[in-house]
Design a protein around this ligand. Structure first.
Ligand code: AHR
Length: 501
């Protein structure tokens, strides 16, 4: 039996709600069809936003949404997406499938969506093919209240009051699709572009995010920080950044052999989870470089793209990145979110890619139909960690499971206490075949109220439009709570969450 020991007296840090964030790009059927169907659609909508999708995302407690990309962001010219829809410019989405982008979803629609979702906003600006003036004017258009050319234009377009930008990304993947830059070159551009991301509302500060590394490119982190922190005239500028991004996708067979999202063997199961577990090392090592410049951890590590990236579903547009989502994705999500929680001193935001119909989505749609994926249920089961305090925890007797060289912890955990005083425990059993008998013990807490839910199924179980509830969160009652302990067995291939008082 493994023992989860919780020391509820030792609070280890605040779990930013934004760790549970999402990403929506103009890619495939994420924005169009997935989120936005237009006011005239037969699919029930509010101001063009799908009602079923918005309701499900609210129920999951989405904290922040990143938009418009991704690679798309560095080709996006925001003025094409404002004003009367009939006159908006049409363009080719060169990155994603070469389809026509009619710009009917633009700035006003994004803020309308975030208002409906009740979530924070993360706008990603264009450094790769845009100008400083264009970026600066976008921020003015969105956030300036007084009289100015851009604020006046916003009012002419029907929005009197400014909106709030919570986070602003100064470019995306500028080491790759965002301009193929060197770290020194980008670092200098960051210094210049961010200067004109003005703080028009002192109470609602825009948090600026600098483009960080791809996977294990530690030299990028080092060189960008060195360039941004080199401020002889203003040493207090602290790199002029609130966040530094990190992108990491899980491909079990490598970039060229991603493999099917639903057809895989147990060796691929463990390879996938081993690749997911690598997130821990990436955060630790990039974090160690950040510590040299920012020992007080004022700058957040923003893992604003993460998740599984498999082959597209057979017969679908390869440029649309549409993939199914199984219990394997659920375990990747459960384990990764536990890793983020445990690194909450440095990781301040994370956005799974992407929210609807693209890569590791929480929601899939087909016409008027919608299914919640296993990943959705994990986010729902973990939602009480948002804005809670991480607690000290350790699993005694937790072995490794796997095949060959791919070994991962049998059970992954994180524990927090929320504002209502509930202790939230999330556990993921990464074994495809071995259950784990467990006991949870606390330092002082003698539980009087215990509620739990479980997500479990065969390793490649998934929800389809014909069978939308094959995998779903269920109440878990198979535990005993006595003598201050909770005793139960976590089945193989499952995620459990406890809420204890
Ligand atoms: O999420 C899909 C793509 O992956 C994004 O556009 C890009 O930033 C990353 O390479």
């Amino acid at each position: 039996m493994a023992k989860l020991i919780i020391n509820e007296k030792n609070k280890k840090g605040h779990i930013n709600a934004e760790i549970y964030g999402h990403f929506s790009e103009h890619l495939g059927r994420c924005i169009y069809e997935g989120l936005y169907v237009g006011e005239n659609s037969e699919i029930p909508n509010v101001n063009g936003m799908r009602k079923d999708v918005v309701d499900a995302l609210k129920e999951m407690k989405i904290p922040v949404l990143r938009w418009p990309g991704g690679c798309f962001a560095d080709e996006y010219h925001w003025k094409d997406g404002i004003g009367p829809k009939e006159t908006r410019k049409k363009m080719i989405n060169t990155h994603w499938g070469g389809v026509v982008e009619d710009n009917s979803f633009g700035t006003h629609e994004f803020f309308e969506l975030c208002e409906q979702l009740g979530c924070k906003t993360y706008v990603n600006g264009n450094v790769g093919s845009g100008t400083v003036q264009e970026m600066s004017e976008w921020v003015e258009y969105i956030t300036f209240e007084g009289v100015s050319p851009m604020a006046d234009l916003r009012k002419e377009n029907g929005h009197e009051k400014p909106w709030k930008i919570d986070y602003f990304g100064v470019g995306n993947e500028n080491w790759g699709c965002g301009g193929n830059m060197t770290p020194e070159y980008y670092g200098n551009l960051y210094r210049r572009f961010q200067t004109y991301v003005r703080q028009y509302n002192k109470e609602n500060k825009v948090q600026k995010i600098c483009c960080g590394a791809n996977v294990a490119d530690y030299a990028w982190t080092e060189d960008v920080l060195k360039t941004c922190f080199a401020h002889p005239s203003n040493p207090a500028s602290h790199g002029n950044m609130d966040g530094l991004s990190l992108h990491y996708y899980v491909h079990p067979g490598g970039w060229d052999k991603k493999g099917s999202a639903t057809q895989f063997d147990t060796a691929t199961w463990y390879k996938t989870l081993e690749r997911a577990d690598y997130m821990d090392e990436l955060i630790t090592r990039h974090g160690a470089i950040m510590d040299q410049y920012d020992p007080d951890k004022k700058i957040g590590m923003m893992v604003d793209e993460w998740g599984c990236w498999f082959d597209v579903e057979p017969g679908t547009n390869p440029g649309f990145l549409y993939q199914q989502n199984t219990m394997r994705d659920a375990l990747v999500a459960g384990h990764t979110l536990n890793i983020f929680n445990r690194h909450c001193d440095r990781v301040k935001m994370a956005c799974i890619a992407q929210m609807v119909n693209v890569l590791q989505s929480v929601i899939l749609t087909e016409g008027p139909k919608m299914v919640l994926t296993p990943t959705y249920h994990v986010f729902h089961m973990y939602k009480n960690h948002q804005d809670a305090e991480l607690l000290d925890s350790f699993i005694e007797g937790n072995g490794l499971v796997g095949e060959g060289e791919c070994q991962v912890p049998h059970v992954s955990e994180s524990v927090s206490v929320d504002a209502q005083g509930y202790v939230n425990v999330t556990l993921s059993n990464l074994s495809v075949s071995e259950d784990m008998p467990m006991e949870i013990s606390f330092n002082e807490l003698n539980p009087s109220s215990v509620e739990a839910s479980i997500l479990t199924g065969a390793m490649n179980a998934h929800n389809t439009f014909e069978d939308p509830e094959c995998v779903k969160e269920c109440q878990f009652i198979d535990f005993k709570a006595e003598d201050g302990k909770i005793v139960f067995t976590i089945p193989a291939c499952s995620v459990i969450s406890f809420r204890v008082k």
